[in-house]
Design a protein around this ligand. Structure first.
Ligand SMILES: NC(=O)C1=CN([C@@H]2O[C@H](COP(=O)(O)OP(=O)(O)OC[C@H]3O[C@@H](n4cnc5c(N)ncnc54)[C@H](O)[C@@H]3O)[C@@H](O)[C@H]2O)C=CC1
Ligand SMILES: O=C(CO)COP(=O)(O)O
Length: 325
């Protein structure tokens, strides 16, 4: 199976590094500097500096080259995935979505966007607690590969898995996707806690109550509770809510320190998906009557509608109710 990775950011590059262990791997990037840097020095100086890359990674900026590949790993930011698929040649038989988010315009999870753009392809989701720099360094990592039919996913698992890159199969595509999309928003909230100096107890409370929000939203999308409690849900939530290695957590930390969201967003070349998922997730939750107060608080802070202390007061003065609700 020849692999083509679509997106030359940190995660696309780390995945290409994994896939290259099993054979030549195409890596499409939007930025000519990325392809030039990889071709000349076997390093992605823009998005994954300092990591020596396999010589089996073949960089390109021409989407047409993907026609040579029968397995595509899609790793563009969520909001750009549809446009890239529409500009690409007819889709490969198997598409593996590795991005995390919800399309703002349509409110769709990415597997639904991919199915609209590539009606004939088998769409799968690869997600879990996976900081790109750790995967690229060959550190042990476990993640979930979800497909409607697990049998279709097995050849993909076999092509990508390594002892230190451990892939568990699942048939819960929506469940595997919801975790990654929602945890990015919750990581911003946890970053705010650190930036504002609210303490470790508050961070743990946010993780647990955030997980309750993720579960409510996931169940409404048909996700199974055990998927949400697994690698792609709780696992990734814990990782991303714990470290400034997370771009979403770092963004939240800046907000907690009192810096305006617009300034923090203008400063960055890398993507903090939670900033784009927050408004659409809040909208969907309100339309469907799903209680997601932490997500709403993050959305208000990002939009400049409320200061950190205001949302804190709002969250702490919510009516008392049973934990299970
Ligand atoms: N970095 C990580 O550790 C992980 C990232 N992800 C997910 O992977 C996806 C990609 O993130 P990264 O590789 O980290 O990106 P990155 O933050 O390292 O780089 C930004 C990427 O956005 C692309 N981009 C910017 N504007 C674009 C446009 N108009 N059209 C197409 N592409 C555009 C750039 O070409 C570049 O590839 C995100 O959804 C992220 O949540 C998932 C797991 C781990
Ligand atoms: O998804 C990730 C780890 O699983 C990366 O998180 P950030 O996008 O917040 O850096």
């Amino acid at each position: 199976m020849k692999v083509g990775v679509v997106g030359g950011g940190a995660w696309g590059t780390a995945l290409a590094q994994v896939a290259a262990q099993g054979g030549e791997t195409l890596l499409w990037s939007r930025e000519p500097e990325v392809a030039e840097s990889i071709a000349a020095t076997h390093e992605n100086r823009l998005f994954l500096p300092g990591v020596p890359l396999s010589e089996r990674i073949r960089p390109t900026t021409d989407l047409a080259d993907l026609a040579q590949c029968d397995l595509w790993l899609l790793v563009t930011p969520a909001q750009h995935m549809r446009a890239v698929l529409e500009a690409a040649p007819p889709c490969a038989a198997a598409l593996v979505l590795c991005s995390k988010g919800i399309e703002e315009r349509s409110g769709l999870l990415l597997h639904a966007v991919a199915r609209q753009a590539c009606a004939e392809a088998e769409v799968m989701v690869l997600s879990g607690p996976t900081f790109a720099h750790e995967v690229a360094a060959g550190l042990p990592t476990a993640l979930t590969l979800a497909a409607d039919d697990e049998e279709d996913a097995e050849p993909v698992r076999a092509r990508l898995a390594r002892p230190e890159f451990r892939i568990y199969l699942s048939d819960d595509v929506a469940g595997a996707e919801v975790g990654g999309a929602v945890k990015n928003v919750l990581a911003i909230a946890c970053g705010v806690v650190e930036g504002r100096g609210l303490g470790q107890n508050a961070r743990a409370a946010l993780i647990a109550r955030g997980f309750a929000e993720m579960t409510r939203f996931g169940l409404a999308r048909g996700a199974r509770p055990e998927t949400l409690a697994g690698l792609s849900g709780l696992g990734d939530l814990v990782l991303t809510c714990s470290s400034t290695s997370s771009r979403n957590y770092s963004l939240g930390k800046g907000l907690g320190q009192g810096r305006p969201a617009a300034e923090l967003m203008a400063d960055r070349r890398t993507v903090a998906e939670g900033a784009f998922t927050a408004p659409v997730l809040r909208r969907l939750a309100e339309e469907e009557g799903i209680d997601m107060p932490i997500v709403a608080a993050v959305d208000d802070m990002l939009a400049g509608r409320a200061r950190v202390d205001e949302v804190l007061e709002r969250l702490l003065s919510r009516p008392h109710r049973p934990e299970r609700a």
